[in-house]
Every structure is written in C-alpha cells, then in structure tokens.
Design a protein around this ligand. Structure first.
Ligand code: KG4
Ligand code: ZN
Length: 337
C-alpha cells in the first residue's frame, strides 16, 4: 500500500511516500530557513506563500524519487495541526484536492503524534506502552503512549518550548536562525559548567517544564557583562545553556519513567537532534536499564515520513477525514491520571 504524506505546519514544506506504513520510498524536505533568517524567526505570512510556491514541484519530485506514479498512491496523509494556521491551510487544501481528484482517502494527522511515531521509521521499533518526550520548536511534552493513536499527556512546558528557548537565546546572542543547531555547534567548544544557570522546575513533583526563566537568566548574564564592558564568552554560554536544558529534560523524563514504571522511551522533535541530549539519554539508558528509541536526526526535525506513519494507522482503522477537514493551532491532549 503506497501512501503520500505531506507536512506544512511550520517553515518546512515536506513530502514522503511510504509503503505499508514503514518503508520510506522518498522523504523530501524543503526548508525555508534562508527566507526567514534575515528576520531572526519565522514570518507566518511569508511561510504560507513559500509553501504555496514549493508544494506542487516538491510533490512531483517526491513521486519521481520514489519511482511511483500518482495513480499508484492509495491515500494521502496531511498534518492539520498544531501549527501556523496559514501554513497548515496550504497543505490541507493540497491534500483535499488530491483526495478528491484521485478518489483516495484523506487522513488527518496531529503533528505531535507524528513526531513520536517517527520512532517506527527505524528498524528497532518501540513496544507499547512507551513514554515519549517530544521536544521541538513549538512543544515540550511528555506522553504515555498506549497505542499509535492513543496517548496521554503527563506534562508539558508552561511557557517556552525547549527549541524556542534555543532559538531565542541564539537571537539574543546575534547567532542567527534557527538557533538550536548553531548553539549546539558552538557549545562543543565551550565548558558546560562554566556559567551557573538555573534548572527550572527540576525539584517539583510534576512533569511540567519551564524554559523562559532560563532564557531570562541568559539575558541578565549578558546584560551584566555588557554593562561592565566585558566580552561575552559565547562558547561557554552556549555550552552552559545547552547543559541546563538537557539536564532538565533528562531528569524529568527519568522521573516519569520511574513513576509510570514504563521501560521504553522515545525521544522526538527537532531538539532530539541535539548531540548532547542524545548522548545523555543514551548514557542514562545504559545506567538505568531502560530501552531508548531515538529516531535519526532527519526524522526528529520536521518531515513528512513521520506523518505517513500516523496516517497509515488511521488508514488501517478506516479513520478517514472529510473534505470539510479543518486546521488547528493548538492540540488538546487527554491527561494521564
Ligand atoms: O520539530 P521541529 O523541526 O519543528 C517544530 O515542530 O517546531 O523543531 C524545530 C526546533 C527549533 O527550535 C530548532 O532550533 C530545534 O528544533 N533544533 C535543535 C537542534 N536542531 C533543531 N535544538 C537543539 N539542538 C539541535 N541540534
Ligand atoms: Zn515539529
């Protein structure tokens, strides 16, 4: 069964073709980084327009790469939220048109759901139930996942997402956009213990996160140095900031594993591409004896292959969307009790 998946929730236009829900025949991502860089962040209006420009050529390119004819595609899966409304609308409209013209089912996929299902794109697949930590530019959340499409929220960020904090700190330091990758590269040459930064909510008995205080601590540190006319130790600051974010994510997640007594952990979302985060989770898994499922970096950052995995599960269950399918900016997930 061949399925076409697409993703336009943010600033990546992405297409994939999957066979039987797990074999990736093609996975293409057209990033808009270049376009938004000069503004230091995503400009939603520009993102929508760029999606519109890229979507059709990228669809053809994906079919060609997969050696697949449009007539061989049996279903179309699309992200309909959460994300930027104007961007989502482009992808959803495209998918509706394709569904209508080809008379194939339309499958609506939640972007966060898709992120942690990226783990199924790898050879070694996680068994249910597992815990999922989704760390991206828009989300930082922990879930107990009972089945592909059935999962419960344990906790999430009260303010900034982890990736958002990376992006904001990078902007503050004038390092460019998107911040995560740049900070993590600079951090490699810095000392993660050199600058004391807070670890927000670390000692709280819940699974919520908060990163805006950490960002403010970086702002204040930089202001203090500037006032004294001192240079900013960029490498050390990046390393210390990254270490603080990673420590909070690892500690909270380990606590959730112990409280829920779950033995399997999936980490996904753009920040899961971070080397330090991957290394610390790998070390923790060895020490504590839980199994870790880390999708390769290209399946962590936004892509359509992960959308295909979720879409295929909907297809198996006959959960088809109508042509009146709407988009949404935020997800409401049921809570873990
Ligand atoms: O999942 P994603 O591609 O898009 C959203 O759904 O938001 O995540 C993008 C986020 C950005 O904030 C970016 O700075 C961050 O992931 N990111 C990283 C790394 N690569 C991407 N953060 C830290 N280290 C990285 N290597
Ligand atoms: Zn994402």
């Amino acid at each position: 069964m061949k399925l076409l998946a697409l993703e336009t929730s943010c600033d990546e236009t992405a297409f994939a073709i999957l066979e039987d829900g797990e074999r990736v025949l093609a996975n293409l991502v057209a990033s808009q980084e270049e376009l938004h860089r000069r503004y230091g962040g995503i400009v939603p209006e520009l993102a929508s327009r760029k999606h519109m420009e890229l979507i059709l050529p990228l669809a053809y390119e994906t079919l060609e790469k997969a050696g697949t004819l449009l007539t061989q595609i049996e279903a179309v899966a699309v992200t309909n939220g959460p994300g930027l409304i104007g961007s989502l609308v482009i992808g959803v409209s495209f998918a509706k048109a394709l569904s209508f013209a080809q008379k194939i089912p339309l499958l609506a996929v939640d972007h966060i759901n898709a992120h942690f299902l990226a783990a199924f794109l790898e050879e070694k697949k996680p068994p249910f139930p597992f815990l999922a930590l989704v760390v991206s530019g828009g989300h930082t959340a922990l879930f107990l996942v009972e089945d592909y499409l059935k999962f419960y929220l344990l906790g999430q960020t009260r303010d900034d997402a982890a990736g958002e904090a990376f992006d904001k700190v990078a902007k503050l330091l004038g390092l460019g956009y998107p911040g995560g990758r740049i900070i993590s590269r600079l951090a490699e040459k810095g000392d993660p213990q050199s600058i004391p930064l807070p670890r927000p909510l670390l000692d709280k008995e819940n699974f919520d996160f908060s990163f805006s205080g950490l960002k403010t601590a970086v702002v204040n540190f930089v202001k203090g140095l500037k006032k004294k006319g001192l240079p900013i130790p960029v490498h050390d600051l990046c390393a210390s900031f990254e270490a603080a974010v990673v420590e909070v994510l690892v500690t909270k997640t380990l606590k959730a594993l112990s409280v829920t007594r779950v033995q399997d952990l999936v980490i996904a979302g753009g920040v899961a591409a971070n080397k330090r985060l991957r290394k610390e989770f790998q070390e923790a898994a060895q020490k504590m004896g839980f199994r870790l499922f880390l999708p390769r970096p290209e399946f962590c950052t936004d892509n359509a292959a992960m959308v295909g995995v979720a879409g295929y599960q909907k297809w198996l269950r006959g959960e088809f969307a109508g042509l009146d399918l709407d988009v949404y900016a935020r997800s409401q997930f049921p809570r873990y009790k």
